[in-house]
Write a protein that binds this ligand. Sequence first.
Ligand SMILES: *Cc1c(COP(=O)(O)O)cnc(C)c1O
Length: 373
Amino acid sequence: MKPFLPFTRPAIDEDSIAAVGAVLRSGQLASGPKVQAFEAALEDYVGGGRKLRVLTSATEGLEIALAVAGVRCGDEVIVPAMSFSASANVIARLGARPKFVDIELGSRNIDVRGLEAALTERTRAIMPVHFSGLPVDLNRLYAFATKHGLRVVEDAAHAIGSRYQDRKIGSFGDLVVFSFHPNKNMTSIEGGAIALTDPREIELIEQHRFHGIKKNADGEVDVLFPGGKSNLADVAAQVGLDQLRRLDGFNDRRRHLAGLYFEALAEFPGIVLPERGDSGHSWHMFQLLIDFAARGTTRPAFQKAMAARGIGIGVHYPCIPALSYYRAKGYDAERDYPIAARVGRETVTLPLFPAMTDEDVTRVCTELRAELG
Ligand SMILES: *Cc1c(COP(=O)(O)O)cnc(C)c1O
């Protein structure tokens, strides 16, 4: 039997492992020169004259970005109904209310036509998600935000290296947050970054991620507010530096593998393929919709059967308002967000990561055919 093929796997090379060893021997274990170098390299990569500030996760980054954007208790933030739960949790953690908008079936991104209906006098910000690395219709989204005086926090956890109309995600826009979790297109073990331009907001982010501390002109420590603790470690930054150098190669490989899936699955009956996008898509994940109920089975049973065939199948993601916490808050996913609810029930993530071979794609499709046939 061939080795198990997981749905994702980070690509860490021996050079990176050796470089981490050197950082450990340096005695610099907290945020030091490697964090500075990682931020500079990210600024260089993303471009647009933007500054990047790294943190321990995108979840921390999103929560801090929302706070910096002025989201307070009682405010509303517009967010897609299908994403990783962090996209809504960070809003709830600030005492604000997620205002869910349904997604499009093809792109699985927020349906910008739904923004108008979601707007209230309490709306403070919009948090679109570039799902799977396919950019949201940002022209329309920013036009709407500008018209109504809203801040935008882009959840770009899937979208480092993605391009919208030939501009890199993060090189323009309001506040843009990336994730470097091991499952994402590049990793710093755990980690994330915020891209922005406003010097005052950059300083605020630096304070949020480190105790609310500001040094006085004479170098004495002062605390301006009870900030958190989400500064990145230098070993993590070293891993991130190595990954960033390889990112464009990773994303090329992801695009190639996604293309093979499209070829192999074009005639497959009874599945819904994702929207293809253009060369700006970074293919963080490749997902099918399968109507398990109509096939008389369940998604967990399918995952188990595929695992027995040596293929890892992921689920990204359940519809957020259908999760217990949000249901208890009175959201009704089936009634109000039918497409997100359907995707939440039917989505499966096929293996896709840079070290996969072309033959691995063939193997996945052969096993899919045998299982669903
Ligand atoms: C992974 C992910 C996050 C959170 O990223 P972390 O770095 O793990 O905190 C946020 N939003 C989306 C859409 C994600 O996929």
